[in-house]
Design a protein around this ligand. Structure first.
Ligand code: SF4
Ligand code: SF4
Length: 199
């Protein structure tokens, strides 16, 4: 069960065909945008990379992860009004002059089966699904969206991706809220000095 209704943009009402053309363009050039990482993403990757224990997770965080700012609109069921909360979350650190993801090798994702949900769910992020302008902006940068061929995604499937994204963000927000927005309580392996980066 999901807790919100997501508006779907008219251009997606009848579904679309989409297949990644593997150009790697969305895995580099992160002067704008981030790859957000949530709990499951980190532990799935850590498992795949055979990392265990605090020390190994700490080294993983230092090499691949950075602290970034995030926000979430939330209204308590009993409250009259909601508000936007601002807090810290994690995202991939990038590398090289072209600011690429560490896991991009020869234009391919070297952790494809274990990649973060944000990578899996493109191009059906909530903000893209519900906003035509944002969808069109991403289309300019993505060959798969320009071609619109390959696997067909129905309206329901598109909405399902967007709702799953919302649920992941909401669950992280609620976890942070429970811990008074102290990210070290949620990710105890995080080196304290990394917190300064997200200031
Ligand atoms: S920009 Fe589009 S086509 Fe290129 S790798 Fe990303 S999703 Fe695939
Ligand atoms: S994890 Fe894979 S799909 Fe995601 S940004 Fe990195 S290389 Fe691209």
């Amino acid at each position: 069960m999901t807790s919100i209704e997501i508006k779907i943009s008219k251009i997606l009402e009848n579904g679309i065909s989409f297949s990644c053309q593997m150009c790697g363009d969305c895995c580099r050039g992160f002067d704008e945008g981030e790859v957000y990482l949530y709990n499951d993403d980190i532990f799935r990757l850590a498992d795949y990379l055979n990392l265990s224990g605090m020390e190994e997770l700490r080294d993983f965080a230092k090499k691949y992860v950075k602290v970034i700012n995030d926000s979430f609109f939330w209204k308590n069921p009993e409250a009259q009004q909601g508000k936007t909360y601002r807090f810290k979350t994690l995202g991939f650190r990038f590398t090289g002059e072209d600011e690429h993801c560490h896991f991009l090798k020869d234009n391919m994702c070297s952790v494809h089966e274990h990649r973060p949900f944000q990578c899996q769910s493109f191009p059906f992020w909530k903000m893209m699904v519900s906003n035509r302008k944002i969808f069109e902006n991403y289309t300019k940068k993505c060959q798969g969206l320009q071609k619109l061929e390959g696997k067909y995604y129905s309206r329901e499937e598109i909405l399902d991706w967007a709702k799953r994204e919302y649920e992941i963000e909401k669950n992280y927000f609620l976890e942070m809220k429970k811990h008074k927005f102290n990210i070290l309580k949620v990710y105890p392996f995080l080196p304290k000095e990394m917190l300064q980066e997200g200031e």
